[in-house]
Write a protein that binds this ligand. Structure first.
Ligand SMILES: C[S@@+](CC[C@H](N)C(=O)[O-])C[C@H]1O[C@@H](n2cnc3c(N)ncnc32)[C@H](O)[C@@H]1O
Length: 327
């Protein structure tokens, strides 16, 4: 039997001593069997936590996927194997903290190939698309945007939103009559459209055209901040977070579109934890409020859209507050 097959079998059976000797004799921990499963996935699926740990210690990739996009963490989670799940989650978080491997490849919506801001965009009633038929923003997110607006406006005062898109969150923010409502938008066509729709004439609205990265020094301080851009990586959002201590008033509330790894349940959990840890290191606590989204998302929603950027049943709405204030 090839060493990869032997590893898969020992992993399935939880034979830790066989696993160790196969690893010591150079067994291939990255092997995929005929069903597209790795030894790590077999161990996770059967809840053999010690085997999971041995394979991870031998550099088995925690983020390998089966042909139907299932990871070892998903197997452990679906079967309710808490210990194996915890080992995988901790390893994944450590790996992403150090390497950010998924963050560099994946982002909430779209991808950063080419410069989205130079591309044409197409507007329709229920979505905005980029030139590659990827959705920039979709109407199914309306209830989520309303919940985000409610969160960031809960103290009233001065509100900042980054990324206008379809204006869903901004329309909802207006319902709370904030003292001021600043919107940053970088795409010329989205900007033109919002101006034509009269956003420039609203009394409490201030619109700043440009990339947030280029205009950030002009910003003041805010009671509520929402962040939802397109065509950027997780690392861009992480860079934005570095500015929060200057932008968010004491007691203020920050939230962001939480589409992190929205195509895979386990990766999503990894990124929810990662972003919470990174915000914690800046002095913010993050509460993740579960919102069911299954009912807003029939198959027809994605007709004509190249990539489903969201495939999970629950959306976790982040509400972040300075820890010194929320104590
Ligand atoms: C997903 S949409 C925002 C949707 C919005 N939350 C809503 O409720 O309709 C993202 C928006 O961010 C804009 N954007 C992308 N990169 C940006 C950047 N660096 N600075 C400011 N806006 C940006 C895009 O042009 C797009 O309009």
């Amino acid at each position: 039997m090839a060493d990869g097959e032997a590893l898969c079998e020992a992993a399935r059976n939880g034979e830790i001593s066989s696993i160790k000797s196969l690893i010591d004799s150079g067994g291939d921990v990255t092997y995929f069997d005929k069903d597209g499963l790795t030894p790590l996935m077999h161990a996770a699926k059967h809840g053999h936590a010690e085997v999971v740990k041995a394979l991870l210690d031998a550099s088995a990739p925690w983020n390998a996927l089966t042909p139907s996009n299932v990871s070892a963490g998903d197997f452990a989670m679906d079967a309710g194997h808490q210990e194996a799940f915890d080992v995988l989650l901790n390893t994944a978080i450590q790996a992403e903290l150090i390497l950010g491997t998924i963050a560099r490849k994946d982002n909430a919506k779209g991808n950063s190939d080419g410069n989205y801001l130079d591309d044409r965009v197409t507007f329709s009633e229920d979505k905005i698309m980029d030139s590659d038929s990827k959705a920039i923003m979709m109407a199914w997110e309306k209830p989520l945007m309303e919940a985000h607006a409610k969160a960031v406006c809960s103290n009233g005062g001065h509100i900042l939103n980054i990324g206008f898109g379809m204006g869903l969150v901004d329309t909802a923010i207006q319902q709370y009559s904030p003292l001021s409502h600043t919107i940053i938008e970088a795409h010329p066509e989205v900007y033109d459209r919002m101006m034509r729709a009269g956003w420039g004439e609203k009394e409490n609205v201030k619109i700043i055209f440009g990339r947030w990265q280029d205009v950030i020094s002009k910003l003041e301080t805010y009671d509520g901040i929402f962040f939802d851009t397109y065509g950027e990586y997780y690392e861009d959002m992480r860079e934005f977070h570095q500015h929060l201590p200057r932008l968010l008033k004491p007691g203020g509330i920050y939230s962001f579109f939480n589409g992190l790894c929205g195509g895979n349940p386990f990766f999503h959990i990894v990124y929810c934890q990662l972003v919470s840890l990174e915000l914690e290191s800046l002095g913010y606590s993050t509460q993740l409020i579960p919102l069911p989204v299954k009912d807003c998302l029939g198959e027809s929603v994605w007709e004509g859209v190249k990539q489903k950027y969201w495939q999970l049943d629950t959306y976790y709405l982040p509400v972040c507050q300075s820890m010194s204030e929320s104590e």
